[in-house]
Design a protein around this ligand. Structure first.
Ligand code: ATP
Ligand code: MG
Ligand code: MG
Length: 393
């Protein structure tokens, strides 16, 4: 086993919480940096000694990141929107004591800027749809539309999540609205991808650069937010699964650093696959691995960054689904009826994240359903979907 201490830079979210819970099963001490004194991740792991106290502060504050770095052997993230330059400096400063930072600050730098990420993938001949840099002006958007056609996806290069940095431009008359919506963030444009399915794969990479993949899953989004995940991907074509896995593994091999990476992809009618984006951390599309795989994405992330042997990524049930519990308003009762329905159903596991407030569009928890067959899975999922406040809309 390991005596190493892991530091998690957390942004008040569920990924840090599930990572911390997984660490506690392996008796790995984690120290959490989060602005909230009672942040979701801090709720699940108590410090062992005063030296292991969690830190209150922002994951973007260089002083706080340094304070965390001084207390741990391995530093990791639940969110890629961190100050990668500070991380590089810390890495240089701590060279003699071998502080490991995963994923590597350079990888974070490329991935956190979606335009640079696309350039990186494109330069390695990995499949991405056409994209272009745009200025924040109507003329520049017009030029992009001439080249890429309409509709067009305008995206913020940085600080994007849950589709909040995306504007689907269907008509040039909405260009000003798009600029107002996206604010003064640096932008780029992507050709519209008329996909038939969105798919994703979690890939785990060791410190020596080997990669291992989880099954291909289908992700279903609603209002740009992940709503459902189904694993394994339903397809009559085993070559498709192999192709998606090979693309995802090549993409992850192209980045330095250890840990799990979530690779989001678009599947076209004719079987063509494009990479949408890569997350250098545990990912929503991999929550199902806690109940449905031999080793969860969280445990394998820890094993990878601690240089421990990886666990098997194989499914241990025939079929599984994950349903996100997303707030509709500030009223937590929006999700309680779904939780109640889940608690009285077999094969169903509830995860609640302990967030202080419920908000519209906020991920408050998720539910994993495992089953022996697809018909049983649908039977178990139906009452949960029907219990949701927007079931009839
Ligand atoms: P996440 O929460 O996954 O990090 P994000 O804010 O980074 O989301 P994207 O993954 O870029 O946003 O896009 C969100 C969703 O918008 C995608 O899952 C997909 O449904 C849709 N989308 C993104 N890019 C395109 C495109 N080029 N063409 C069509 N649809 C797209
Ligand atoms: Mg994203
Ligand atoms: Mg995405």
């Amino acid at each position: 086993m390991t005596e190493k201490i892991v530091g998690i830079r957390s942004g008040g979210g569920q990924l840090g919480r599930m990572l911390a819970a997984s660490a506690s099963l392996l008796n790995v001490q984690v120290i959490i940096l989060d602005a909230g004194q009672h942040a979701p991740a801090k709720q699940v792991v108590a410090p062992r000694t005063p030296a292991h106290e969690h830190i209150n502060g922002s994951f973007t504050d260089p002083v706080k990141i340094r304070e965390l770095a001084a207390k741990v052997d391995v530093l990791t993230v639940e969110i890629e929107h961190v100050d990668a330059v500070t991380l590089e400096t810390i890495q240089a400063e701590t060279r003699e004591r071998n502080l490991a930072i995963h994923p590597s600050p350079f990888t974070i730098q490329i991935i956190q800027d979606k335009f640079r990420q696309k350039e990186h993938l494109n330069s390695r001949k990995l499949p991405v749809s056409d994209f272009l840099a745009v200025e924040s002006s109507i003329e520049s958007i017009q030029r992009a539309a001439e080249k890429l056609g309409l509709p067009l996806m305008l995206k913020s290069r940085t600080l994007a999540y849950d589709g909040r940095g995306n504007y689907a431009l269907h008509n040039l008359s909405n260009a000003q609205e798009a600029l107002d919506f996206l604010g003064d963030r640096p932008l780029y444009a992507e050709k519209w991808v008329p996909f038939v399915k969105e798919i994703a794969i979690m890939v785990v990479r060791t410190t020596s650069g080997e990669v291992q993949s989880y099954p291909v899953v289908e992700t279903v989004h609603k209002n740009n937010i992940c709503h459902l995940v189904f694993a394994p991907l339903r397809t009559r074509d085993p070559a498709l699964t192999r192709k998606a896995t090979s693309i995802a593994e090549s993409a992850v091999r192209s980045f330095a650093g250890a840990g799990v990476f979530g690779v989001e992809m678009f599947l076209m009618e004719n079987g063509t696959i494009f990479i949408n984006e890569i997350a250098p951390r545990p990912h929503n599309s991999g929550h199902y691995t806690i109940e449905a795989c031999e080793t969860s994405q969280y445990e394998n992330h820890l094993r990878a960054i601690l240089s421990l042997p990886l666990g098997s990524t194989t499914l241990k049930v025939p079929t599984t689904a994950m349903l996100n519990l997303i707030g509709h308003s500030s009223n937590i009762s929006d999700i309680t009826s779904t939780v109640d329905a889940a608690l009285s159903s077999p094969g169903v596991s509830v995860h609640l994240y302990g967030k202080a407030e419920c908000r519209k569009g906020r991920k408050m928890g998720h539910i994993t359903i495992v089953a022996e067959s697809d018909s049983q899975l649908r039977e178990r999922l139906r009452p949960l979907l029907e219990s949701m406040p927007d079931a009839k809309t």
